[in-house]
Design a protein around this ligand. Structure first.
Ligand SMILES: C[S@@+](CC[C@H](N)C(=O)[O-])C[C@H]1O[C@@H](n2cnc3c(N)ncnc32)[C@H](O)[C@@H]1O
Length: 281
């Protein structure tokens, strides 16, 4: 991968390298890193990784993937979602992009070990660049709980470029409500964006097929997921940097949970279709 130009993106890459090393050390079997999808009736002590898996399955269902499809998955974490995808769906090939070197190495080794390396390819690369992907070659592009890290205008443009006409970008995405627009002036929240501003941006290249508001289904997991993981984590064996990242994540997750309850934060499942005509300024 060429050097990452943005210091924000470099910081996120470092953060996820640390999450990955600690997840490996704690031996968490299913290495999802998302807030999960809780359905009414789930017991409060239902395993968090069941909920995390369910969020991915919701995204796959919304993406309506066919057996001959080329799928690109950006921000794939440890790749757990793509191994799940390979077990549960028919598709031609999946190419993943992630900025965390450690996560790419882990997923690549696992694909080789499970003899899935012809079907699943994991690359070090930014979602905004998708290096090596030909224009109009991709059927589906997935982004599960990661687009808030991206430079959104560049990402939407590049996604539209690589998708075939009629191809879909499907995202499980978090944004601020319009009432919190003033917070997007902060450097760390600028990329999260507001629901309306993000929509204006993607509608330059995409037609919005559906926006499913899933605050109610994601909030319980936001509140509990990081604590559940930390409860079983051998914190004493973590490095100071790893501990710091997990504590930061735990803190921000509680803020996100509160925001979701008050509808100050939105969690949506988006299905966007590549427009044939791109909107001009
Ligand atoms: C919250 S995790 C979600 C992981 C996974 N999708 C899941 O649901 O378990 C965010 C992921 O996005 C990746 N990421 C962040 N910025 C990125 C970028 N600009 N391009 C590609 N991946 C990125 C991180 O390295 C991390 O793997």
């Amino acid at each position: 991968m060429t050097e990452i130009a943005s210091s924000l993106t470099r910081a996120v890459a470092r953060q996820y390298d640390l999450f990955q090393t600690s997840l490996e050390r704690m031996g968490k079997e299913r290495k999802f890193l998302n807030y999960g999808f809780t359905v009414t009736g789930d017991e409060p002590d239902d395993p968090i990784d069941e909920r995390q898996q369910r969020l991915c399955l919701e995204v796959f269902k919304a993406a309506d993937i066919g057996p001959d499809h080329l799928v690109v998955d950006v921000g794939f974490g440890s790749g757990e979602q793509d191994f799940l995808f390979a077990r549960t769906s028919e598709f031609r090939q999946l190419i993943g992009f992630n900025i965390s070197d450690r996560q790419v190495r882990y997923a690549t080794d696992r694909a080789r070990g499970e003899k899935l390396d012809r079907k699943l390819t994991f690359c070090l690369g930014e979602a905004e660049l998708l290096p090596g992907i030909a224009d109009a070659s991709v059927d589906r592009l997935l982004a599960i709980e990661c687009a808030f890290y991206f430079d959104r205008p560049r990402f939407y443009r590049r996604a539209a470029q690589v998708l075939k006409p009629g191809g879909l970008l499907v995202a499980a995405d978090i944004a601020l409500s319009d009432r919190l627009a003033f917070l997007t002036r902060r450097e760390d929240l600028g990329r999260v964006g507001t629901a309306s501003e993000n929509r204006r941006e993607w509608e330059r290249s995409f037609r919005t097929r559906s926006v499913r508001h899933i605050n109610r289904q994601t909030r319980p997991g936001v509140q509990m997921s990081v604590w559940r993981i930390l409860k079983t984590a051998p914190l004493a064996r973590f490095t100071a940097a790893e501990r710091r990242e997990w504590l930061k994540l735990a803190y921000y997750s509680q803020l996100v949970a509160l925001g979701l309850s008050l509808e100050l934060v939105t969690y949506d499942l988006l299905v966007l279709e590549k427009s044939v005509l791109e909107k001009k300024e």
